[in-house]
Ligand binder design. Structure first.
Ligand SMILES: C[S@@+](CC[C@H](N)C(=O)[O-])C[C@H]1O[C@@H](n2cnc3c(N)ncnc32)[C@H](O)[C@@H]1O
Length: 288
């Protein structure tokens, strides 16, 4: 069942009110978390509430924020991979303050501080933080969950393994799973839809949209999912190799030529050449 989650005209007024109410609910804690984390954030790491460039609430992600908010209301136990500053957990708790959440993160600079803050502010919730790699940690859990939120390492092979690991922790054979930044996992989305009976599909209109799926789990579908994924992943390999080579060349230039010479060479190319390819190469060298 495909659901259009964007605001349609009839619901616009109701949605605006709901969104305003939502913003009001999270605002105070959004800053509270920032202070609890020593007024620091991980530059370039985005969340449900910030774009990773500055610590400022990003309203353009309201579509995905509201989807998470609504899902939290309907579930009682959630497993989240990728906690960071606890922004997605804050959204869930603002919706359902009695929620039981297990959060996993490999990095401990922000997540434990954010979780401690949220524990104090939402005393009826049950929050557990597990530090470690997602796959190893999920495989060590015995609890069962209603909803899975996958927002850790955004690389497709990792998400693939996270899905497989999470299938063992569902309360029943109806798996409810929310993926962040679905644009980064095209081959996985295709494989999931082809392999499983999809009972619900929700992709909101949003900046960096998330994707919610309810799928029927059985051994044959899981096997089909693995096959589809390996097949589609083959088509992604050239892009992955290209990105790997690009970053290898960048690092070799930095080590053997040096940042300063690269920057000057970039400026020289930009000043003396008009060819589009050279101009784009010059810009890259200038900002290496
Ligand atoms: C995009 S952030 C999560 C944002 C968070 N869900 C929110 O919206 O507030 C991704 C997080 O995943 C964590 N992460 C990356 N790779 C991981 C792995 N292999 N296992 C566990 N956590 C991982 C990172 O440390 C980072 O904190």
């Amino acid at each position: 069942m495909k659901i259009n989650y964007s605001s349609n005209k009839g619901n616009l007024k109701k949605n605006n009110l709901k969104e305003k109410n939502f913003e009001k609910k999270i605002k105070k804690h959004f800053m509270g978390i920032y202070y609890a984390c020593g007024k620091k954030f991980w530059y370039s790491c985005g969340s449900y509430l910030i774009d990773g460039q500055r610590y400022k609430y990003d309203k353009q992600m309201i579509g995905k924020q509201m989807l998470l908010f609504d899902l939290a209301k309907k579930n009682s136990r959630v497993l989240e991979i990728g906690v960071y500053m606890g922004h997605s957990i804050l959204i869930m708790l603002a919706s359902n303050p009695k929620l039981e959440i297990t959060g996993i993160d490999i990095d401990e600079r922000f997540a434990p501080k954010a979780i401690n803050y949220l524990k104090k502010k939402f005393p009826k919730a049950k929050l557990d933080f597990l530090k470690g790699d997602s796959i190893i940690t999920v495989n060590s859990i015995i609890k069962k969950y209603d909803l899975f939120h996958i927002d850790g390492d955004h690389k497709t092979p990792k998400i693939f393994r996270e899905i497989i690991a999470c299938t063992k922790l569902t309360k029943n054979n109806n798996m409810k799973i929310l993926f962040d930044d679905v644009d980064m996992m095209k081959s996985l989305e295709r494989s999931l839809i082809l392999a499983f009976q999809v009972k619900k599909y929700i992709k909101p209109k949003s900046k960096y949209p998330n994707l919610y799926l309810e799928i029927k789990l059985d051994k044959i579908s899981i096997f089909k999912f693995k096959l589809f994924f390996y097949f589609f992943y083959l088509f992604e390999l050239p892009g992955i190799i290209f990105h790997f080579l690009k970053s290898l060349i960048r690092n070799l230039l930095l080590i053997f030529v040096g940042k300063k010479i690269c920057n000057n060479l970039g400026k020289f190319i930009l000043n003396y050449f008009t060819n589009n390819y050279l101009i784009s190469f010059g810009k890259k060298l200038k900002n290496i």
